[in-house]
Each structure stands twice: as C-alpha cells, then as structure tokens.
Design a protein around this ligand. Structure first.
Ligand code: MG
Length: 144
C-alpha cells in the first residue's frame, strides 16, 4: 500500500505526538491537529489531503461529533475513525451513525489502530476508483 495519509485530531498533544512518531516509523504520512477548528482549517487550506482522520470524541470547544459532521459535509470521501474513552462510547457509536467508519478505544493498541486505518484507507481508495471508473465509462459513452 502507498503511504497512507492520516490526520490525528486530539486535544491531548502529547498523546497524538506519541502515536504520530510510531506511525511515521511504519511509513504513514501523518498530520496533527489539537482541535476540531484546527483540523478543519488544515483541511480547508488543502496543503494536506488526508485519506483517514482519527478524531477524538471529547475535545473542548468543537467536540468530535460536531467536527465529524462538518468533515462529512465538506469532505464526504474522507474516512473518519472516532477515538474514545469508556465514558464516551455512546458518542462514538453516534458518530458511526453519522458516517464515521469505526471507533477506537483509548488507550490505543497500535496493532488495532494500524489495522483499522489500513482498512479505512482501502475503503476510501476503492470508492475513489469506482468514481473514476464511472467517469471514464461516461466519457467513453459520450464519445460513442
Ligand atoms: Mg480529548
């Protein structure tokens, strides 16, 4: 698989920095944001185009669910994995109803995280390929 492009969003900076370091060793291309607002700003700037976003449920200000809704509204093809503690599991499940791919429990098991991100990246790439194929068919049909 080509380098997966991943954005980690969590208000605990030390936590995502530690995960980021470990994922970079596995050839992940990682960007970080410490709030929902910062994540959306980075997406809107377009300098980094993540395939998957790992999104903390509980953040001050704009929480994970609000951030998820905004991401899905503007960038529906990006796969989002909610990150949650025991207390906010119902919110994470709510997130899946709102379009999140899956959720992960804190503290994160790295193997589980890498597996889930890999699956989400594959799903996104397959969907993009379907869209490209549909466009190609459309072009071919018009050329007749
Ligand atoms: Mg948090």
């Amino acid at each position: 698989m080509n380098e997966p492009r991943l954005m980690l969003v969590d208000d605990e900076a030390a936590f995502i920095e530690a995960i980021s370091k470990r994922l970079k060793k596995r050839n992940f291309n990682v960007e970080m944001a410490n709030s929902g607002i910062e994540a959306l700003e980075k997406l809107n700037q377009g300098s980094f185009d993540p395939e998957v976003i790992i999104l903390d449920v509980k953040m001050p200000g704009m929480d994970g669910i609000e951030t998820l809704e905004e991401i899905k509204r503007k960038y529906p093809l990006i796969e989002v994995i909610m990150l949650t503690g025991h207390a906010t599991v119902p919110s994470a499940i709510d997130g899946m109803k709102k379009g999140a791919y899956d959720y992960l429990m804190k503290p994160c098991d790295m193997e589980v995280l890498v597996t889930k991100v890999g699956e989400a990246v594959e799903k996104k790439r397959a969907q993009e390929n379907k869209i490209i194929e549909a466009r190609m068919k459309d072009i071919m049909r018009r050329k007749g």
